[in-house]
Design a binder for this molecule. Sequence first.
Ligand SMILES: *Cc1c(COP(=O)(O)O)cnc(C)c1O
Length: 411
Amino acid sequence: MSAPRPQHAPLLQFDVEDDCLQIGGMPLTRLAERVGSTPFYAYDRARLTERVALLRRHLPPEVHLHYAMKANPMPAVVQHMAGLVDGLDIASGGEMRVALDTPMDPGLVSFAGPGKSDTDLSCAIAAGVVLNMESAAEMERIAAIGARLRLRPKVAVRVNPDFELKSSGMKMGGGPKQFGVDAELVPAMLARIGELALAFQGFHIYSGSQNLKAESIQEAHEKTFALAIRLAAHAPSPVLTLNIGGGFGIPYFPGEQRLDLAAVGANLALLLPDVKKALPQAQVVIELGRYLVAEAGIYVSRVIERKSSRGQVYLVTDGGLHHHLAASGNFGQVIRKNYPVAIGNKMAGAARENVSVVGPLCTPLDLLADKMDLAHAEPGDLVVVFQSGAYGLTASPVAFLSHPMAAEVLV
Ligand SMILES: *Cc1c(COP(=O)(O)O)cnc(C)c1O
């Protein structure tokens, strides 16, 4: 007997009525008419609101929640999120402009990322945005611009920790990295901050992304707090903000299980009293991108034609990797696996078949589903890629092959 094939984690966020996916309070077929063109991304605002509420239920109430905009910088999404979270994290001048259009207090917007230009820095300083400094050279540029503007820039030190986040989809700390200041160099930098006209805010310690293992995140939290407390001894003034990163993952591929958020929250509640004792003025912040928005979004394309080649059926659609690189398997995956995909207007379907879903690009990489069991589909039917609210359109090579841009709607 062979082992059962691993399945996608159940997707419970959207209702199905008359075999049609419902999103934003209407059937997908009607939404497609409302949008007026395929392909499109749709993000469900009620699901975004629910996700923030889920985090609030499980995380200790004193922990602040920030939205890391690069996961989904659509202005309407950012506006909605700004009304729900305690701060926004940005990683470019373009994201800063969108963040500053929201009602969020600029002092609760923090700007991380290597290679900030002098213009990025002066805009942020003029706005009162907190700069998460990625190097000592950046610190000196910030101080010089602050002096020119006669403003005292708000700064935090992004630390490249001396540990790694285990089982992380993408490691962004530990070992040599372009991100942050190596932990062993931070004491000297803190001494220099004390000499410069900078308003020290605290630390930013981000170690990775897309982690589904509560134990790994818990271990990273313990090490992060220990590191911050150790470094705070060298700080020129009390730590006001301690951003411990995020990295909470969501299930994309067959066999993946949901993150045990309750366990992560309970562990944080155990750790916080000691942090409070050591850093009494520190506001602990968790920054999340993907976990907040990914499950609220779908990517929808229309079947143009059915094609059969040597026994394999292909559904050729008007959407593909130019809009959704991650679903094609080309955004950091080592072995290509299928995202959860369905025929949105035939969720169960009268008949099922094994098909591959491809896009219109002249490259074999343009694959949205490889030999999946889907409802039998005809031209005009709507193919839905789930878990698509993060790292979708803006993480894709939209100019490749000169096809039209996908629409985006918040519903
Ligand atoms: C990308 C990024 C995030 C968001 O990561 P997710 O995995 O989407 O939660 C948060 N903080 C920083 C510094 C980042 O670069």
